[in-house]
Design a protein around this ligand. Structure first.
Ligand code: SF4
Length: 376
């Protein structure tokens, strides 16, 4: 299989988006966020393209505004906010970096590397573009620019698959550097915050990344593509086709079925009434409990009825004792079951390979449909 890194990333974030893009081959209408990101990347390329005199801040801002595309924004306010954000990113970039001092080896560097599955010998190709490769004092730095607002934790950067894939691609071009891996830095540069998060990789981590890539290929080959609603949906150009979003864009949505419309509105209102009733009930309960404690009574009377206080106990068992009783009866194994919450808690403490193996061991237990409400 041939796969671009962005396709792999799409699949990991939302397999349905991957399907639209790579299987159905529906050209993705550019979202405003994607257009914005492309222009900021283009401006950084303009800033660092070798020239006699590196562009000044005014030149970079001029490039940015000349290539600005107003068409993708819904209104003037939205456009103004995005434009100011871009300007602020570039200004900050100049403030924090000495443009003439950068020792850049390559910009928007294209790669295609082959990864072979040791199990079946099948070869796959992953391609992509590395934003920037720098020569540092004693090694290299691979940089990927990000225009998103949210920054990841250092732990996520240390295990970021994209950076590992980029480093594998870099090593395919500079194989000798494998002996000096600690001198090759991989960085995510968050332009909005002007912060660069850096990391390095061990050979083991790079091999893990290859295995993760093979695992993703195996998942894709299963052919199951489901929507996954996350903040990244804001960047997705397929919202109008996606079952999780397309109703929002249905022009006749307000009039096509009065009955359904009313049911949706009533459901939303009832749900929010239930939430506020629950809060009220908790407050009243606290007051009544306090009153009962003060009066030393377990029941209170009013014209409306009687409220009784009952003590409900929940129990847990001593595991050792239970085991000693059940094991001789050959029943211990039948009461053991995997605790999903406990499993989630240990996930951050185990190796990426073990994490991936656990993910692979996941099977659907049961499926139920429920409605969740996000009130405007
Ligand atoms: S809108 Fe969100 S859920 Fe739908 S395809 Fe795009 S990323 Fe997936």
């Amino acid at each position: 299989m041939r796969l671009s890194y962005s396709a792999l990333d799409s699949f990991q974030n939302c397999s349905l988006k991957y399907k639209f893009q790579n299987i159905d081959k529906v050209k993705e209408p550019k979202s405003k966020e994607a257009v914005f990101g492309t222009l900021v990347h283009g401006t950084l390329k303009f800033i660092h393209t070798p020239s006699l005199l590196p562009p000044k801040l005014e030149d970079a801002l001029d490039y940015f505004s000349r290539n600005w595309n107003s068409d993708v924004f819904e209104d003037e306010l939205e456009e103004r906010n995005a434009f100011s954000m871009g300007v602020a990113m570039i200004q900050q970039y100049y403030k924090k970096n000495d443009i003439s001092d950068a020792n850049i080896v390559d910009l928007e560097s294209r790669f295609a590397i082959e990864i072979t599955n040791p199990k079946d010998g099948a070869s796959h190709i992953i391609s992509g573009i590395i934003d920037r490769i720098d020569k540092t004092e004693d090694g290299y730095e691979i940089i990927d620019y990000k225009t998103t607002k949210k920054m990841p934790s250092q732990d996520k950067v240390d295990n970021d698959l994209q950076l590992s894939v980029y480093l594998n691609a870099f090593l395919a071009r500079y194989p000798k550097e494998i002996e000096r891996l600690d001198k090759v830095t991989v960085s995510l540069y968050y332009l909005k915050h002007g912060v660069k998060l850096s990391s390095t990789r061990t050979l083991e981590q790079l091999n893990t990344a290859k295995q993760l890539f093979l695992d993703v290929i195996a998942e894709i080959e299963k052919g199951v593509f489901v929507p996954n609603v996350t903040p990244l949906c804001d960047w997705c150009g397929y919202q109008k086709m996606c079952p999780m979003w397309k109703h929002k864009f249905k022009e006749t949505r307000k009039i096509d079925s009065e009955e359904v419309n009313r049911a949706i509105e009533d459901y939303i209102n009832l749900k929010s009434a239930i939430t506020s009733t629950k809060t009220q009930l908790a407050e009243l309960q606290e007051k009544i409990n306090d009153y009962m404690a003060q009066e030393g009574v377990d029941r209170v009377f009013s014209n409306e009825g009687i409220i009784a206080q009952t003590l409900r106990k929940t129990y847990k068992y001593d595991e050792q004792q239970l085991r000693e009783i059940l094991e001789p009866l050959d029943k211990w194994e039948s009461v053991l079951k995997v605790d999903g919450i406990a499993l989630k808690k240990i996930m951050g403490t185990i190796s990426p390979t073990a994490r991936q193996n656990i993910e692979n061991a996941k099977v659907i237990d049961k499926e139920t449909k429920s409605l969740t409400v996000k009130k405007k």
